[in-house]
Design a protein around this ligand. Structure first.
Ligand SMILES: [Zn+2]
Ligand SMILES: [Zn+2]
Length: 324
């Protein structure tokens, strides 16, 4: 291993730096490829008992994992932390749950080395330019790639399987896989070859979401995580019909058209249906005039919105203003 005197340590012989916004698992996979070994062997050799593919490693980094990376790369602890989804704490969500689901993070549905859910998204054109997976492709508020102006996808357009790039190295035990990360691990289709353009409206809302996420605050809702919590709970309300808690959904369908439905939790839906609900939720949360109109026309009740948690003052005040 080369010794770097300015850092006073040896680093991995074929060290490659993570790309901007790269997920730990994507970088780890590329790092193993750079060392000409399968990720399983690379992991066993350097990380001993750390599990990589039968757990959501991007969502549960251990101190041990971070220490091994720190000891073998030029990265400092702050850059290492940025590789993991926990770095969204205080921005996308208030606090990370190390033992289960955290609001805002798409669940992968891990069964051994398989993935049941479409919890990892991708932009076909980003994959074409630089085949690696971004951290922002694991979160509930990502739908559009603003750089490429295209819709994100959540499965292979040919075989419909979820993205599981670590399976690209399965097969012959002694052969290192040579496919880059833009391929489907089931049918080897090039995931970068099909894409759909986003509308200017979609680009606008995604840009706004990205700015809020980056800044950590919003003008009306103070902390960004309070805003995202509200957005997710409104999307949840819109996602199912309900005799008592379904007034908002009824109002929105009546005013703006059909909304898809599914009894599963919305973060398990496919991205195309989820996007429709999310756009509706964004319209309601982001436009006090639309919300006020719906409250008046459809006699919406505050209890529908705050049944599970307290609401930001700004949102609650829109309801109160209706009764002034
Ligand atoms: Zn892109
Ligand atoms: Zn496929």
């Amino acid at each position: 291993m080369p010794f770097i005197s300015s850092l006073d340590k040896n680093i991995w012989a074929h060290y490659i730096p993570p790309y901007p916004d790269e997920l730990f698992s994507s970088w780890f996979f590329r790092l193993s490829q750079a060392h000409h070994v399968k990720s399983h062997s690379f992991g066993r050799y350097y990380f001993k008992n750390q599990q990589f593919w039968n757990r959501d490693v991007d969502n549960m980094p251990s101190q041990y994992l971070k220490d091994i990376i720190f000891n073998n790369t030029p990265l400092n602890y702050s850059s290492i932390s940025q590789l993991f989804l926990t770095s969204y704490e205080s921005f996308l969500f208030e606090s990370h749950n190390p033992f289960g689901r955290t609001m805002g993070i798409l669940p992968l549905g891990i069964m051994h080395r398989k993935r049941k859910n479409n919890g990892l998204l991708f932009c076909p054109l980003c994959l074409k330019k630089h085949p690696y997976y971004r951290k922002s492709w694991r979160i509930f508020v990502s739908y559009i790639c603003c750089k490429c102006r295209v819709l994100l996808r959540d499965s292979c357009p040919v075989c419909n399987e979820p993205i599981a790039f670590h399976r690209l190295e399965q097969g012959d035990k002694n052969k290192i896989q040579t496919h880059s990360l833009n391929h489907c691990s089931f049918c080897l289709y090039d995931l970068s070859s099909e894409y759909k353009m986003a509308s200017s409206l979609q680009l606008d809302y995604q840009q706004k979401i990205n700015t809020i996420l980056h800044q950590g605050f919003t003008e009306n809702y103070s902390y960004s995580f309070a805003y995202f919590k509200l957005l997710s709970s409104v999307a949840g309300l819109l996602s199912r019909r309900h005799t008592i808690w379904g007034r908002l959904r009824y109002a929105c369908e009546n005013e703006f058209g059909y909304l898809p439905e599914n009894s599963e939790s919305i973060d398990l839906w496919n991205i195309d249906n989820r996007r429709i609900i999310f756009e509706m939720a964004f319209k309601v949360v982001d436009n006090p005039d639309i919300l006020l109109f719906l409250i008046k026309e459809y006699n919406l009740r505050l209890s529908e919105f705050n049944k599970d948690h307290s609401l930001p003052f700004f949102f609650e005040n829109i309801f109160k203003s209706n009764y002034l």
